[in-house]
Ligand binder design. Structure first.
Ligand code: KIV
Ligand code: NA
Length: 269
């Protein structure tokens, strides 16, 4: 099947077809996803929380991202692979931002995602000039949770909605191919979606967007905590717990390993 490109994302918005994305951080998950109709895989810095057990995303480094992006890329999924630029990989200077985006591209990312609006258009512009497609990310940007004052829904307080619209326009102007809107009131995400020509991909920002994205561990019911906007389609924690308990009881009872699970010399196999 043909590789999905950033052009396909733009075409989907024109045709009013919903864009679907999920996060993935490893080879087997990307392999499974590759056989679905999903449009894009985000190797999100959420991996710091859902895979590495940190309380927020500030501890995720470029080497973490490179490790996980390259694992996903080795699965050769047909989906567009977007890699998050982690905290401090693009804020210090434009030069460092371009180099780090380049590292992610060299390790298999088809595009990178940076958190922020107007205040980071200089680095986004330089990354795009280097030939790397950029996905924007506005609304609740977890790398800025300290400044935002926690993980809250954006767009209701004074000027927040107006700033988000300005941010989206600024991102569109410098040439991002899509914009993630996270944890933002639905009316505001709707207004942004109607204002910009690039697709909006929402998480906790309502149904009026051009696409949706979820953290795959939330979808699978594989996290300790899920935000209000997540939906679990299966309870993987329960499934894993049950399998582990069955294994323990099989070992104790002698049911495992069974005859087909081991060889004896006389088997001649
Ligand atoms: O890291 C992540 O999973 C993300 C999505 C929530 C958009 O940035
Ligand atoms: Na992220």
């Amino acid at each position: 099947m043909a590789k999905i490109s950033i052009r396909d994302f733009l075409k989907k918005k024109e045709r009013k077809e919903k864009i679907t994305m999920l996060t993935a951080y490893d080879y087997p998950t990307a392999k499974v996803i590759s056989n679905t109709d999903l449009d894009g895989i985000l190797v999100g810095d959420s991996l710091g929380m859902v895979v590495l057990g940190f309380e927020n995303t500030l501890n995720v480094t470029m080497s973490d991202m490179i490790r996980h992006v390259s694992a996903v890329a080795r699965a050769k999924p047909k989906q567009l692979i977007v890699a998050d630029m982690p905290f401090l990989s693009y804020e210090v200077s434009v030069t460092e931002g371009v180099r780090n985006a380049g590292e992610l591209a060299r390790n298999g990312a088809d595009a990178v995602k940076l958190e922020g609006g107007e205040e980071i258009v200089d680095v986004i512009k330089a990354i795009i000039r280097a030939g790397i497609p950029v996905m924007g990310h506005i609304g609740l940007t977890p790398q800025r949770f300290l400044r935002i004052g926690g993980f809250r829904t954006l767009g209701k307080r004074e000027n927040e909605a107006e700033q988000l619209i300005r941010d989206a326009k600024a991102l569109e102007d410098v040439g991002v191919f899509s914009i993630v809107i996270e944890n933002t009131y639905a009316e505001v995400a709707k207004k942004i979606t109607e204002t910009v020509s690039v697709p909006t991909i929402c998480i906790g920002a309502g149904p009026y967007c051009d696409g949706q994205i979820l953290v795959i561990h939330d979808l699978l019911g594989f996290t300790d905590f899920s935000p209000y906007f997540a939906k679990a389609y299966v309870n993987l924690k329960e499934i894993i717990g049950k399998a582990v308990n069955e294994y323990i009881s099989d070992v104790k009872s002698g049911k495992f390993p069974a005859r087909e699970n081991y060889k004896e010399i006389s088997d001649n196999r």
